[in-house]
Design a protein around this ligand. Structure first.
Ligand code: 5BU
Length: 259
């Protein structure tokens, strides 16, 4: 396999400042593990962030599953993110017209744009969704991931859809930083690929979630960052498990991928 650019080299190609910072963080912290912190109380999120923060590059949230969300919680999470050096990604999956998503992103109860470094969106509504989000997020130094494919069984995001997602991203390189995807879509080094549906053993859950191994996600499918939720959160020893995923994602595969 020809030598691929490493994350530090790819930072030069990013047109979005957060993407550059993320590439540098990946390179310096030497972890391409993202924790999907799918728990239902703020204290649990904070506890996992404190415990696993040193192992991860990105902590992914679903703030609308928290029973006790508050802006004070966000302040605490931001402080932990700074201390352990990781970015916060709210997995909001925006999917409406530009004008509506602007409000969903900036206002409501969550004020997502004030604290989430990264958010994501479906491109179903067309490019207006990206323009709307970018009006809010660009001047705050935020970045957007587009959903190109999903991990769940029989989903409708086929290869043709993924191709269209790439084309749409290419129109907004100053705000779009990459993709949530199961497979790399192009060799353009500016795009960051994050893959959910990862566990150490492939398989599925009872509701159609499908898992690939870190090896498959990174080596075979060309992803950059693995997103892991229950594989770590439900383990007897989450810290030890996170270290295993970190090693699987980086030591075993990423370095090999660069040769
Ligand atoms: P898990 O516990 O590792 O299965 O959690 C996966 C997380 O990633 C969960 O928060 C999902 O909402 C999220 N996810 C996903 O599983 N598959 C997808 O295609 C996308 C997001 Br997009």
């Amino acid at each position: 396999m020809p030598k691929k650019l490493n994350f530090a080299e790819r930072a030069r190609f990013a047109k979005n400042s957060l993407a550059r910072e993320l590439f540098v963080l990946l390179h310096e912290k030497k972890t391409n593990l993202s924790l999907s912190c799918d728990v239902t109380s703020c204290q649990e999120v904070l506890d996992f962030a404190e415990l696993l923060g040193p192992e991860i590059c990105v902590l992914k949230t679903h703030v609308d599953i928290l029973k006790d969300f508050s802006l004070d919680f966000v302040k605490k999470l931001e402080a932990i993110a700074l201390k352990h050096r990781f970015f916060i990604f709210e997995d909001r999956k925006f999917a409406d017209i530009g004008n509506t998503v602007k409000h969903q992103y900036s206002g409501g109860i969550y004020h997502i744009a004030d604290w989430a470094h990264i958010v994501n969106a479906h491109i179903l509504p067309g490019p207006g969704i990206i323009s709307g989000l970018s009006e809010v997020g660009l001047h705050k130094n935020r970045g957007l991931l587009l959903l190109a494919s999903m991990s769940s069984k029989d989903n409708l995001l086929d290869e043709n859809y993924a191709e269209k997602t790439l084309k749409m991203a290419e129109q907004f390189p100053e705000f779009v930083i990459g993709f949530i995807a199961q497979k790399r879509l192009s060799d353009d080094p500016q795009w960051i690929y994050m893959t959910p549906g990862v566990q150490l053993e492939s398989g599925q859950d009872a509701l159609g979630q499908q898992y690939v191994t870190p090896e498959k996600a990174i080596l075979e499918n060309g992803s950059d960052i693995i997103i892991v939720g229950r594989g770590i959160l439900k383990a007897k020893d989450p810290l030890n498990e996170a270290k295993k995923y970190r090693a699987a994602g980086w030591d075993h595969f990423y370095q090999h991928y660069q040769k």
